[in-house]
Design a protein around this ligand. Structure first.
Ligand code: PLP
Length: 414
């Protein structure tokens, strides 16, 4: 290949992906890779779905673009109604965009618009937790941090932070129900989410659930907050919503919030590719597949199976501190010392070696770093498509064990 692309790949000569099916990606040399991470925990319904390709072809032949400021479209209205049945909010409305970061930015502006519509223009601060990742645009990056501190999950800390910010200045609190990339499928302590929702409500702070990674069945329920019966004011989704077949995401608000924003003069916002009809057609088809093949239930069951296999292959491994997660969002924490959970130093680049070796052996994984103290710490994140087979789950557990052992040998050899 000519190499005229700013590359994201860690290797100077990345393989050329040419086709994919199920949980497998094939490169131009005919090599097959088992996609144990669904890319970046994206491909929920599996690769190579003919029916989605057909939906793209049909919608783009009929109507590929109509600007959102002038039109709404049939696939978009159909999708908003269909997805609303699964969203954990009353009478929801969605603002469709092109991905997770845009959806987060949309949610932040939406929260501000709600507070202004409620007559509270002084609420402009948005709180997020340490060690979180909400996207790569400047506003979204500002929310996250994996450079400082440790995860703060205590509810009274949230309350103290709201009070310290000043009464009536906090517009919203944003968090992932189960923390994905930055911590590796870490669940909050039981009771955390309902208590957080109560604190937010009591202080007039909107609760924004970032379900970009956890949404659409990834954790074995339609949305992560469903595990605790929590109903956020605003919910952000992307990734699994279109399973990687089309860039898409949305910020959803409850009907009450939608009405408040409308009554307050509306929501001045938009991107050239927001409200895109082909994206909506893809999202609609992905939703139909998730429903008709009962893939959310499959994610829950296969996730338990994957954790059991990992516990068997790696449960007593000296460099494994924890195996955790729900549904097919499973994290593995790598540690230098199992008893103290002390991490490897970042300079060892352990997880990078694990990913490289696994890829050389035809297994694709996802990683995170800095989970221990903002700098050190290595996690492997697994998120295969929900159509993954039992034989593939075994290959994932075996391949991960092998890659970890080889990476540790390499580290010891210096
Ligand atoms: N929020 C969470 C929880 C994510 O994991 C990500 C991406 O990994 C984003 C937001 C940003 O999404 P995108 O990469 O589609 O902009």
């Amino acid at each position: 290949m000519s190499g005229r692309v700013f590359s994201r790949a860690s290797s100077p000569n990345p393989a050329v992906a040419v086709e994919a099916h199920g949980s497998t990606i094939v490169d131009s040399q005919g090599r097959e890779y088992l996609d144990a991470a669904g890319g970046a925990i994206v491909v929920n319904v599996g690769h190579g779905r003919r029916e989605i390709a057909d939906a793209i072809a049909a919608q783009s032949a009929r109507l590929s673009y109509a600007h959102g400021s002038a039109f709404t479209t049939e696939p978009l209205e159909r999708y908003a109604a269909a997805v609303g049945a699964h969203l954990p909010m009353d009478d929801p409305a969605i603002y469709p965009v092109s991905g997770g970061s845009e959806a987060i930015e949309t949610a932040l502006k939406m929260a501000r618009a709600v507070q202004i519509a409620r007559g509270e223009p002084g609420r402009w601060t948005v709180l997020a937790r340490w060690s979180s990742y909400h996207g790569n645009t400047l506003g979204a990056l500002d929310l996250g941090s994996d450079a400082l501190g440790t995860t703060t999950e205590l509810v009274d800390e949230l309350e103290r932070t709201i009070e310290a910010a000043g009464p009536g200045t906090v517009a919203a609190f944003v968090a992932e129900p189960i923390v994905g990339a930055s911590l590796g499928a870490v669940e909050p302590p039981e009771g955390y989410w309902p208590a957080v929702a109560e604190v937010c409500r009591r202080h007039g702070v909107l609760l924004i659930a970032d379900e970009v990674m956890t949404g659409f069945g990834r954790t074995g329920r339609w949305f992560g907050v469903d595990h605790w019966g929590v109903r956020p004011d605003i919910l952000v989704a992307a990734k699994g919503a279109t399973s990687g077949y089309w860039p898409f995401g949305f910020a959803a608000a409850s009907g009450e919030i939608h009405d408040q924003v409308r009554a307050g003069g509306g929501f001045t916002h938009g991107f050239t590719y927001s409200h895109q009809p082909v994206a909506a057609a893809v999202a609609g088809e992905v939703l139909r597949i998730l429903e008709s093949e009962d893939l959310v239930t499959a994610s829950a069951a296969k996730g338990e199976r994957l954790k059991a296999l990992l516990a068997d292959r790696l449960g007593d491994h000296h460099a494994v501190g924890d195996i955790r997660g729900r549904g097919l969002m499973v994290g593995l924490e790598l540690v230098r010392d199992r008893s103290t959970k002390a991490p490897f130093p970042r300079s060892a680049k352990l997880v990078e070696a694990v990913l490289r070796i696994a890829r050389e052996h035809g297994l694709l994984l996802y990683s995170g770093t800095g989970n221990a103290n903002g700098v050190d710490g290595d996690i492997v994140l697994l998120g295969p498509p929900f159509v993954v087979t039992d034989e593939e789950l075994r290959r994932i557990a075996d391949g991960l064990r092998e890659a970890l052992d080889l990476a540790l040998v390499g580290l010891a050899a210096g």
